[in-house]
Design a protein around this ligand. Structure first.
Ligand code: T1G
Ligand code: NAD
Length: 694
């Protein structure tokens, strides 16, 4: 085995050369990998004793794509295109042997090869759209020629990988192999040589794309089918155009068109935001004072207290990954209602073909309901999700403390209350941590883990690890009112209420945030989560929200009661309600407010700038470890559009000086200290810096 570059070795096994890529952690196509492949292929072609070439990778995965850390920097030779041309035009068959994930440029390397074999668990995808770009090394031109335009559109626009079985079925790989991968690759090469198989160059294939040539309706139909989930994203449209070019243009022209569409995206603000977010999400997993190897408690059994809106969804997360979970309720009727909702959710998913009824029964079989609190005795983690009232929480934690096993992690799903005070109801506050799920808990990806002043590193490591295990994105924050997400949301809520009192209406305010990219605005979101939750919290804290309180006094709690700020039809479609408009105008008049037209720009600034300002205070108080964690919380917990990076990234893109000056302008106009800029914001603004270059 000879080193071609620091990350690529060249060896031979008989008449077959084996190129091994070894660039931990994910064999990204860094410059030295590209050079190693390029020079290694060249050497193997020149070696008379070599009749075929296998490309294989060491470590946990095949090539997972271009090296994203090289983006935005001056390009270094060789380009990936020249490497792929070297592979595809090789006079000797080149076979890639794939394990782990062949993604992006990694899959494009395999598509330039003449044959592909994959390990059983291997996955194949072009996730570039999730970085706001498109496959820029021939993926949009070669994949349709192998799997057909429809499948290629689905894979490229979703960015989701497919498994080995499906890859074999759609012709993406030639064989599923097991055991030593290099050996399997060599065995396939030997077979290809013995059977004198042709050098199958995907660029020359036409049978899968010809039927779609000159049929723009295929692409128009696809655009319609993905319109809702691709709303606001720039990349999906360019992906579709690139596949359309693959079908209608000769290969070389298609490659040129792909390049144009790629470069347009690479320099776009959306892609910059999505690439920033890729690393922000990975940074969030790192806790400076809790080492990555801190032992986490293994969760073999879980328990959830309360089967209400949240409890049921939380239990589903554990059952979804095969962990048995006990759900405890006060009364049988509440338990039956809660588990009934769980079964209905699973059956709805099954009716959409995303689960089989066998899956439904298996998961329901893992969820045991009871009114006997002692049933939590063997749980490794106990998550409380009862009413948001401190006395009830403390009574429940005192009970959990008596019954739960000594090394269990005790968690609370409180959305606002003091985790330290809840922990003080036990004799083991070091085992108590906040695990703040988001509604619907079985869907929303975010898990805001809240460390108390006495929470142990083991409890933190366990909450972060179990969060990833149940397919959530865990972010660690400190204790304060509303933690990070709800605390910032509260600032937005204050302005949302003021805006409708001063002249705007709920549907106008919601439209501004919808157009910005949120799935819905503050009033529609309140109706989804249930207006009674906020009402219970306000009453508990003795604070008033004139319009919201009046709506709740009428029993209008939102979707769950068929009416809130909007009225809802049986399919839960919202319609603005003149009755609510009347309540708003009446309250304005009673408060002596003269209503005025309010621009969309003012609405956007008054909703989002206070959030950013609060984010700055949260960083000052070290409630969040880093600014990018705040962005991860808002993207995964509150629907902030990922192609805008998150509130802190977005603020930096506006410029903190402009943002700070606008806050001061609102302060001057209203005389309201609410608008006072945070110290950190002012300091960074004066220094011409951003939150992310601290
Ligand atoms: N470039 C650079 N670093 C990368 C990387 C990449 N492509 N992928 C992962 N990392 C780092 C990551 O930051 C982390 O670092 C560590 O590896 C482990 O990652 C021309 C232009 C492969 C499924 O979009 O989806 O090809 O935090 O924690 O959960 O068309 O990483 O430890 O310092 O995510 O096991 C397309 C991106 C690129 C795939 C593994 N490829 N990666 O998941 O580990 S664009 C992608 C992933 C492209 C071409 C275009 C996942 C993974 P650190 P991890 P994981
Ligand atoms: P909910 O009213 O829908 O459900 C609470 C459940 O707890 C009820 O079924 C009730 O019977 C049960 N309960 C009450 N006391 C109990 C006890 N002593 N033992 C066992 N069960 C008991 O409320 P929810 O919306 O599910 O909220 C639960 C918790 O989650 C609250 O702390 C809330 O702040 C938090 N939370 C709610 C949301 C949301 O959007 N609804 C989001 C995040 C967090």
């Amino acid at each position: 085995m000879a080193k071609v570059t620091q990350s690529v070795d060249l060896g031979t096994r008989g008449r077959v050369a084996v190129l091994t890529v070894d660039n931990p952690p994910v064999n990204a196509l860094s410059q030295h990998v590209r050079k190693g492949l390029h020079d290694g292929i060249q050497q193997a072609i020149a070696d008379g004793a070599v009749q075929a070439i296998v490309i294989v990778c060491s470590g946990r995965t095949f090539i997972a794509g271009a090296d994203i850390t090289e983006f935005g920097k001056p390009p270094m030779e060789p380009s990936l295109h020249s490497v792929l041309d070297m592979i595809e035009s090789s006079p000797k068959p080149v076979i890639s042997a794939i394990h782990g994930t062949a993604l992006g440029g990694g899959l494009e390397v395999t598509l330039a090869c003449h044959y592909r074999v994959g390990a059983k668990g291997a996955r194949f995808g072009l996730p570039e759209v999730k970085l706001g770009i498109l496959p820029g090394a021939g993926g949009t031109q070669r994949l349709p020629r192998v799997v057909g335009p429809q499948k290629a559109l689905q894979m490229i626009v979703s960015g989701d990988p497919i498994g080995a079985d499906e890859a074999l079925k759609v012709g993406l790989i030639d064989e599923i192999v097991d055991g030593d991968l290099a050996a399997a690759g060599v065995a396939f090469a030997e077979k290809a040589l013995n059977e004198k198989r042709p050098l199958k160059k995907i660029r020359d294939l036409d049978d899968k794309i010809a039927p779609a040539r000159g049929k723009p309706e295929i692409f128009a139909e696809f655009r319609k089918s993905v319109a809702r989930q691709t709303r606001g994203f720039r990349a999906p449209e360019n992906c579709i155009k690139a596949v359309e070019a693959a079908v209608n243009l000769p290969f070389a022209e298609g490659i040129k068109r792909e390049r144009e569409l790629f470069v347009e995206l690479l320099n776009s603000p959306e892609s910059k935001a999505q690439r920033y977010f890729f690393f922000a999400e990975r940074e969030a997993a790192k806790i400076p004072d809790v080492a990555a190897d801190t032992p986490a408690k293994e969760i073999k059994k879980a328990a959830v207290i309360g089967a209400g809106t949240m409890g049921g969804g939380i239990a589903m997360n554990f059952a979804n990954v095969g962990i048995p979970v006990t759900v405890v309720e006060v009364q049988q009727e509440a338990l039956d209602r809660g588990l009934g909702v769980v079964r209905k959710n699973y059956e709805t998913t099954a009716s959409r073909g995303r689960l089989t009824m066998a899956d439904v029964e298996k998961r329901m079989g893992l969820i045991k309901g009871t009114t006997d609190f002692n049933a939590i005795a063997d749980a490794d983690i106990v998550i409380e999700a009862v009413f948001e009232e401190m006395p009830i929480k403390k009574e429940v934690f005192a009970k959990i403390d008596k019954i739960a096993k000594p090394d269990a992690v005790l968690a609370t799903n409180t959305s606002t209350l003091d985790v330290n005070e809840i922990a003080s109801a036990t004799r083991r506050p070091e085992s108590v941590i906040g695990t703040h799920f988001f509604s619907p808990a079985n869907v929303m990806k975010l898990l805001e883990n809240v460390r108390g002043s006495k929470t142990s590193k083991t409890a933190i490591a366990t909450a972060m690890t179990v969060g990833r295990r149940i397919n959530k994105v865990p972010v660690l924050v400190g204790v304060c009112y509303g933690f990070v997400g709800n605390r910032m949301l509260h600032q937005r809520g204050i302005q949302a209420e003021k805006l409708i009192l001063e002249g705007a209406l709920p549907h106008q305010v919601d439209r501004v945030l919808y157009d910005f990219g949120f799935p819905m605005g503050p009033f529609a979101m309140g109706d989804l989560a249930g207006l009674d939750v906020g009402w219970r919290i306000r009453k508990g804290r003795g604070v008033k929200s004139p319009v919201a309180d009046r709506i709740c006094e009428l029993g209008r709690f939102g979707q769950k009661t068929g009416a809130g700020y909007y009225k809802y039809d049986e399919k839960r479609n919202p319609t603005p309600d003149p009755d609510v408009e009347k309540i708003i105008v009446d309250v304005s008049t009673e408060m002596g407010i003269t209503r005025r037209p309010i621009s969309d720009e003012e609405i956007l600034q008054r909703l989002l700038y206070p959030m950013v300002n609060e984010g700055a205070k949260i960083l000052e108080e070290k409630i969040a470890i880093r600014a990018s964690d705040i962005d991860v919380i808002w993207v995964y917990g509150y629907g902030w559009p990922v192609y805008r990076g998150g509130p802190m990234f977005w603020a930096d893109s506006i410029g903190l000086k402009a943002l700070r000056d606008k806050l001061l302008e609102f302060q001057k106009k209203t005389g309201d200290a609410f608008w006072t800029p945070a110290l950190l914001l002012s300091r960074l603004a004066d220094a011409g810096k951003g939150f992310l270059d601290r």
